[in-house]
Design a protein around this ligand. Sequence first.
Ligand SMILES: [Mg+2]
Ligand SMILES: [Zn+2]
Length: 195
Amino acid sequence: MNSTPNRQIIPASTSAAHRALFLDRDGVINDEINYLHKPEQVHFVPGIFSLCRSAQRLGYKLIVVTNQAGIARGYYTEEDFHALTRWMEAAFAREGVQLDRTYFCPHHPEHGVGAYRRECQDRKPNPGMLLHAAQDFSLDLARSVFIGDRCTDMAAGQAAGVGTLLLLEGVERGDCADGRNYQRIATVDAALPLL
Ligand SMILES: [Mg+2]
Ligand SMILES: [Zn+2]
């Protein structure tokens, strides 16, 4: 009997897989404030709820992927982060949007305190958070979309094989060296026709 115990089982068709709209948090969902960790610091980016409602209607999973070096640096705790995430999820829910999950990396390779100081495959530009989400939600990454505002977002998306990479203009002035397959968008609304 032929057996191939180590062979990975790959679905013949990807039609059952979900698409995801990956969202960086700071600078895409809310205006970037350094080491934001309290609800009163949150100003939502105009158009983000409407975009998410549309994506949800189209069947996209809504996945937030955020580096949280502020935890590594000891500026706020993981519990602070989770409390803010719950608050944000409730704010989205009031707007008719269910965020499916928020992935975060609390590590930093140089500035982390104690166990938080380490290299991590989850920290963008590494693709770990996207790959975890792909497993957790059976995502078809090639048919998924990632909106970020930094080149590290684009690099993470490219490394994971996300098909559509959108760089929200504002922070990055020049071109990104990595993630060459991205497109620039001036507002989050501009992502809608690309879904
Ligand atoms: Mg950002
Ligand atoms: Zn990490």
